[in-house]
Every structure is written in C-alpha cells, then in structure tokens.
Design a binder for this molecule. Structure first.
Ligand SMILES: C[S@@+](CC[C@H](N)C(=O)[O-])C[C@H]1O[C@@H](n2cnc3c(N)ncnc32)[C@H](O)[C@@H]1O
Length: 310
C-alpha cells in the first residue's frame, strides 16, 4: 500500500510549520518536523474524517493532526487519549494545554480524554470508522503492540496506523523503550513503511528535526483482521520490557477484549506473555517479597521515570 502515499505531501503547511517552529522543544518528546510530514502524507492519502491518537502529552501532535486535516479540506475530528491528566515533565500543566495555541479555532474539533488507555477508545468510536491513527504513548513492550491490537477493529479497512519512536531502542540511555521496534519486526516489509522506503530523508521544514531518521513508521489495517491480529500477537510472546507490573485487573480487561474481537490465539498469546513477564519480574526483584535494597530502589525509580517517557 505504500505506493499510494504521495511524496509531494512530505512537507508541512507553512503556517503550521511556523507555529511549531516557535513552540517545539526536544524535552517534550513530541513529534518533529519529519514525523509530522510523514503523518501529512498519510493524511493526504487516507483523508480521514476521524483520527485517533494514543498519547496526547502537550497536545502538539494532536492539534497538528487537526490542522493537517483542515489543510486537506476535511472537516473532521481528532480523538486523543492519555493515561495522565497532567504532563509527566511538568505536573503544573494539564495534558493537551498546547491545543488552543496550535489549532486556534480548530481546537473545537479536538476531543481529549485523560486517565484512559487504548482500551477505552471503543466506547467512543464505532468499529471500522477511524481513517488514521497515531500511537505515541508507552513505548515499553508490549504497549505499542497492544495499542495497535486494541484500536485495529476501530480502523477502516486499509487505514494507516502510524507509530512514533521506532528508533528509541537504539538509545543507550533508554532501558525499556523497545516496543515500537518489536511491533515493527512483526510486520513484513510489504506491510509497513518508513520515509526512507520512499527515498525520503529529513523533511524540509522550519521546525526542528531530530538527528535520527525514520523515527515514525506506519502499517495498514488489513481487510480481514483475524490473520493480521494472529501475526501481530506473536510479538506478545517476546520478553516484555515494562518497568512496573501490569495490574491484573487491567490485564484481565485486555484479555477479554482481545478474546471478544479476535481468534482465541491472540488473547492466549497475551496471557502467556503476561505470565512469563510476571515470572521474570519476580526473578528480577527477588521472589521473597523482602524489601528492596537502596540501590535496587533507586534503579527501579529510575526505570519508572524512564518508563513515563518510554
Ligand atoms: C511521548 S508523549 C506523547 C507526545 C505527543 N504525541 C506529541 O507528539 O506531542 C507520551 C504520552 O503518553 C502517555 N501514556 C503513557 N502510557 C500510556 C498508555 N498506556 N495509554 C495512554 N497514554 C499513555 C503519557 O502520559 C504521555 O503524555
């Protein structure tokens, strides 16, 4: 499907580019100019009335998606979801606080829900109706894969799903952010795309680009979901990189949803992966339940902090 993307759309509308050039800082871990340019290519092809985003943070990408929709003459909506109410790098700021500044009057087309995960999107969105999704939430494996499985049934057939931070696994300071890469590796080359597949390097934009290339990748929803979900779910069997336990109640809800929409193998693979994770996690922190040593507590605290980002 990547032949359907138009490289001429690998650029940003100048007004949006100028606004973001004045706002963007690396510390917010937001999309950069090339990431957004690839999203613009997807927008131009998919022409989505409804865009779903998992991982809002400041709302820079959320608002940019609404502006890109409008740029292509689409009077649609962006629905964005975040686990937190406040920004993880500045708790005095509300999630989504940049949306009015970036989107202006288009902010009314943006709908943000906080305190939720991709599990909650199905309560707002009818199956098969979303035309584009952007996933940029937890980068710890298996969250990017789970986010994908949870929203795939809500996507229209052949709609693109774009993931951020594919290259994070190469960053030596990041201990856990391998999830986008694990997901990428479950896809055949024909089912995924990055900018360099189309001969594209960094986009020519005013707003900054990070040094790393191909930091976003896309995949397409197949017409029939069962085979795609079974294939993706193989990745759930690979070692999980969560920095904290996955709550059993949440795990139960995820398994129930996977079982409701996919062949049983998908939920089964999730349950096997979770059981393995619990075993190795017990091994890593000590099976006895004894209090952790000071250095171990420090290490876990560091992991949790990185986990917010990753
Ligand atoms: C990298 S930031 C998003 C940046 C934003 N997309 C942008 O480009 O401007 C990641 C966000 O995902 C949220 N998050 C982390 N884990 C999540 C999860 N499991 N479900 C939903 N949101 C999550 C965090 O609270 C954080 O605000």
């Amino acid at each position: 499907m990547k032949h359907m993307l138009d490289p001429a759309a690998y650029i940003l509308p100048p007004d949006l580019d100028a606004t973001l050039a004045g706002l963007w800082t690396d510390g917010h871990y937001a999309v950069d100019g090339s990431d957004l340019s690839l999203l613009n290519m997807c927008m131009a092809t998919a022409r989505p009335d409804l865009v779903i985003e998992i991982g809002t943070a400041t709302g820079l990408s959320t608002a940019a998606l609404a502006v890109l929709q409008d740029h292509h003459g689409i009077a649609g909506h962006v629905r964005s979801y975040d686990l937190r109410d406040v920004l993880w790098f500045d708790e005095s700021r509300a999630v989504g606080d940049l949306v009015p500044q970036v989107a202006g009057p288009l902010a009314e087309r943006v709908h943000i829900r906080t305190g939720v995960t991709a599990l909650d999107v199905a309560g707002d969105v009818e199956a098969g109706t979303a035309g584009l999704a952007f996933i940029d939430a937890s980068h710890q494996h298996p969250w990017p894969l789970l986010d994908t499985l949870l929203i795939l049934p809500l996507m229209a057939p052949r709609a693109p799903i774009v993931h951020h931070d594919l290259q994070l696994y190469r960053n030596a300071e990041n201990m856990v952010g391998v999830g986008p890469k694990v997901l990428f590796d479950q896809l055949t080359p024909g089912e995924r795309f990055v900018a360099s597949d189309m001969g594209l390097g960094h986009a020519t934009v005013q707003m900054p680009n990070r040094a790393v290339a191909d930091n976003v990748f896309g995949l397409w929803r197949r017409d029939a979901l069962g085979g795609q979900a079974r294939q993706l779910s193989q990745g759930l069997l690979l070692p999980w990189s969560l920095s904290a336990p996955l709550d059993d109640a949440l795990a139960g809800q995820i398994a129930a949803r996977l079982r409701a929409v996919y062949p049983g193998e998908v939920a089964h693979n999730f349950e096997i992966g979770h059981a393995r994770f619990k075993t190795t996690q017990g091994w890593a922190i000590g099976q006895t339940g004894a209090p952790l040593s000071g250095p171990r507590r420090l290490l876990n605290g560091l992991r949790r902090r990185l986990g917010l980002r990753s």
